[in-house]
Write a protein that binds this ligand. Sequence first.
Ligand SMILES: [Cu+2]
Length: 123
Amino acid sequence: MAIVAWISTASVILAQEPEVSPEGSTVVHEVHIPKGGDKFNPAMLNIKVGETVKWINEDDRTHVIASIPGQGTNDKELFVPSIAPSKSWSHTFKKAGEYPYFCYIHYVMMGVVIVEGDQGQSQ
Ligand SMILES: [Cu+2]
């Protein structure tokens, strides 16, 4: 009985708000990894504190998103073990700053997320 109630509640949430991240952020920016492109599109993304970035792997290879060691506001902010082809990964940024990242497998793939403070939440 309890399981049935839980499943139906989850289904309603998924049906109504497909773009809401697990952390509850309402603004989701997409970064695409195009097939065969060896790049992030867009490579530079400006967002606000509390917003989410969703990386979408449209390539036929697995990619790994990681902060670049020694660079940016928090060089441990980003690390996802792998994003398989056709999969995605989302991360909500809770602190203003610059977050440069690269693909841990293909070093030529680099990007940066610039998070600007909003509503007194920064710093
Ligand atoms: Cu890669």
